[in-house]
Design a protein around this ligand. Sequence first.
Ligand code: ASP
Length: 310
Amino acid sequence: MLPVLVIHGGAGLIPKERAELRRSGVRSAARVGYAILQGGGSAMDAVVEAVTQLENNPTYNAGCGSVLNVKGEVEMDAIVMDGKTLACGAVSAVRNIANPVQLARLVMDKTIHVCLTAGGASQFARAMGVPEVPEESLITDYARMRWKKNKAPDANPMESQMGKMGTVGAVAVDVEGNIACATSTGGMPDKMEGRVGDTACIGCGAYADNTVGAVSSTGHGEAIMKVTLSRLILFHMEQGQSAEVASDLGLATMKSRVGGLGGVVTVDPQGRWAACISGQQMSWAAAQKDTLHHGLYTGEHFTQSIDDPH
Ligand code: ASP
């Protein structure tokens, strides 16, 4: 069953015209990340590379393509976690870099801290030689159009908050049985400046532990934080539930206790995996053996050969 890599491209209402882009992006990122695992690479290298691919893809709400805050600016959150040592690194409200997931990894590898935020994260990025990019290079026409739409007097605030998101994340188990996860996002549309979401918070947007498994989550960040969704799911797995049942239980708790919707990808140490959503849609892909599994709508599960380039 090992190695395995599972990816999501964000939960939310995915507009029909963007569904195909969302599907193909996660499929190709899964192939790239899985090739690293097949070559004997680490779970950490695989999840960071898969998430980097999706940050560079303007279809998703991470890196280029991030949603805009209330002032029309890009502030991004990202996290990585290594299940062998429980080492983790995160950045929140970071600006002007192309790949927040790589900066999160540098926080893990090069500092004694777990999370750096805003100006401090930028300063650290400069010290590490991470190139600064103009904000405009991270903003797509689509993100700008949606931001303007949300400002219209007849905008539906619920729709703008919950709809059309596209956070990205990955979980993996490598051939040595090491487990890792990574999540990256532009956050919630129209968020207040300085808002820190679930993605940067350990146990909320992601968690990995070699003895239990790993989760990367997406959805309404404030709801995810209130139930510490990723750790809650791993708790259910510690109690003997499968990755799939535990994921559904965690998402059900989030819905019933705080009215939040979302989705997760989950793995256990044996390589059993799940991609689960509560209510809405989530593009996802999983690579294992010679097969690529993928889907977008609830209950959808396609399979194809990992070598099929489409
Ligand atoms: N969880 C992300 C956040 O609240 C958004 C998302 O997953 O779409 O920042």
